[in-house]
Design a protein around this ligand. Structure first.
Ligand code: ADP
Length: 506
């Protein structure tokens, strides 16, 4: 009955939006309360979820506070003992069912992503597949948490190294991939035998709650996967519980470097294990020998996916003098041809809005600063109504400009001209962060040199999109610590215990 009430509360808004774009998708996964210990729980108040394209309220969600966060941590702690006792195969089977349910409900999950985060529906569907792929991958990895039997220095003992789950994990996630940033963490954690409390971003709680509904349908036991949505105002107090409660053993965070530092400080008092996937400032280098069409297509995909709101997107485009004019010219043509601003539910849209007004203000400030310091606007440059920003191409960009010093998180592509490989590497590595980096070249010696020299955690060689569950995700320097995805991702949720077995004979 409770659920029926929730659906009728906001369903008309969602329905009206779908109708206006000719969509026919059910809203059976729309949930608006927190999910704790297998129950949908309400809080003393609620907060609005806005469609970033229109500013219209699409749902009101329970505004969980520290009390609900503590309940969730307690529930996760109680559930941990049972969950870790299950075999990896049993946990994997449940994750596999969750994966299948995501695939079956792809259209509806994609609609929720578009409605709360603004990205075009086709991209949202891509995110659902990407998100589900972590459940599939870690459903398989759950059976492979091998330890070691180590040759012993004494004949009467044996040395065993066992992998065991760390315990309750707090997962704090951002709005730019409202679904995938949760499964990339939760799938690894649950496969390892950990239980989790998720705090989704205040802008995008609906995808997290839809995931909780599907987790329940898949048979994830009560208390193993909990979600505490909350407003921006409540975030610090909820975050404090999730990062300081002694029952929490692990924090995994994806978001800005500034917030990551706050959480690291909170984690210090109780010495929690942490994984931090923080901001990037990716160099995207195009050398003279590059296949220019490939470089242009990759730049388009890297920069304009999710309107430039990804932590791995190219942020500084370094283009060698010999190929510079051709690259800029072809890029401008591709932008004219391929980019279309609009509401994400409109199937012709390739560029949705930015997440909120704050985000557009930051991007506009970077463009105005670059222009004031002498950059030339080749395309775009203007902030539009609401949270929309024109896709923008700048040339003549120099290292004094804001856009080369801080992450943009918007559809601005600044081109910096360079002459030598040394110069490009010096610029690329002159950053306090190092998440992703890309370069385009057909010179074999250069391919090795530059791949090894870039101070980043992930390198795209003649490739602008690199994320997949088989590959890993993570950065160096102030881009964070720890790795997600790949065979290494599960280690973030495992301890290695040394067992020394003695008295085994002469
Ligand atoms: P942005 O500035 O793009 O919103 P953030 O790094 O602040 O990026 O947000 C990423 C996630 O971190 C979101 O879920 C947000 O609510 C959360 N967050 C922000 N501040 C805190 C905090 N003090 N404690 C816990 N979580 C936080």
């Amino acid at each position: 009955m409770r659920i029926a009430h929730l659906l009728t509360a906001r369903l008309p808004v969602l329905r009206a939006m779908q109708r206006s774009y000719g969509l026919d998708v059910s809203a059976a996964l729309l949930r608006t309360r927190g999910y704790v210990d297998g129950q949908w729980i309400s809080a003393a108040s609620d907060f609005p979820v806005l469609d970033p394209a229109t500013g219209e309220e699409v749902a009101r969600v329970s505004d969980c506070g520290p009390g609900e966060a503590m309940r969730a941590v307690d529930a996760a702690h109680r559930a941990f003992h049972g969950w870790k006792q299950r075999t990896g195969k049993e946990r994997g089977a449940i994750l596999r069912r969750w994966f299948e349910l995501m695939v079956q409900n792809k259209d509806e999950l994609a609609t929720l992503i578009t409605v709360e985060c603004g990205k075009p529906l086709a991209e949202a569907a891509g995110e659902v597949s990407y998100s589900a792929s972590f459940l599939e991958w870690f459903s398989e990895e759950a059976r492979r948490t091998y330890g070691d039997v180590v040759p012993s220095p004494g004949r009467d003992r044996r040395i065993l190294l066992l992998k065991q789950p760390v315990g309750v994990a707090s997962l704090i996630t951002p709005w730019n991939f409202p679904s995938a940033m949760i499964t990339r963490k939760a799938a690894a954690a649950l496969a390892a035998g950990c239980t989790v409390v998720v705090k989704p971003a205040e802008d995008t709680p609906l995808s997290a709650l839809a995931l909780a509904e599907l987790a329940a349908q898949a048979g994830v036991p009560a208390g193993v996967f909990n979600v505490v949505p909350c407003s921006k105002e409540k975030t610090p107090s909820v975050g404090e519980v999730l990062c300081t409660d002694p029952l929490v053993q692990k924090i995994s965070f994806t978001g800005s470097t500034a917030t990551g530092k706050v959480l690291l400080k909170l984690a210090a008092d109780t010495v929690k294990r942490v994984s931090m996937e923080l901001g990037g400032h990716a160099p995207f280098i195009v050398f003279d020998s590059a296949d220019v069409d490939r470089a242009v297509a990759s730049a388009m995909a890297s920069k304009f996916r999710n309107s430039g709101q990804t932590c791995v997107c190219g942020n500084r485009f370094l283009v060698q003098s010999g190929i510079h004019d051709c690259f800029v010219e072809k890029l401008a043509v591709a932008m004219d041809k391929e980019l279309r601003l609009g509401h994400g539910l409109d199937p012709t849209t390739t560029q949705g809005p930015l997440i909120n007004a704050r985000a557009v203000e930051k991007v506009e400030k970077q463009v105005l600063d670059a222009v004031a310091r002498g950059a030339r606007v080749v395309r775009g440059g203007r902030r539009l109504q609401g949270s929309f920003m024109e896709p923008t191409l700048l040339e003549g960009v120099t290292m004094e400009m804001l856009c080369t010093q801080e992450e943009t998180f918007g559809p601005v592509l600044p081109v910096i001209r360079f002459d030598s490989e040394e110069e490009a590497l010096a610029i690329a590595n002159a950053s306090a962060v190092g998440l992703a980096g890309y370069f385009f070249s057909q010179d074999p010696g250069q391919l090795w040199r530059v791949a090894e020299a870039l101070e980043v955690g992930m390198v795209g060689v003649n490739e602008g999109l690199l994320s997949c569950p088989e590959g890993l995700f993570g950065g160096v320097k102030q881009s964070g610590q720890g790795r997600e995805g790949s065979k290494y991702g599960i280690d973030e949720y495992l301890e290695v215990k040394y067992v020394c077995w003695g008295g085994l004979g002469p």
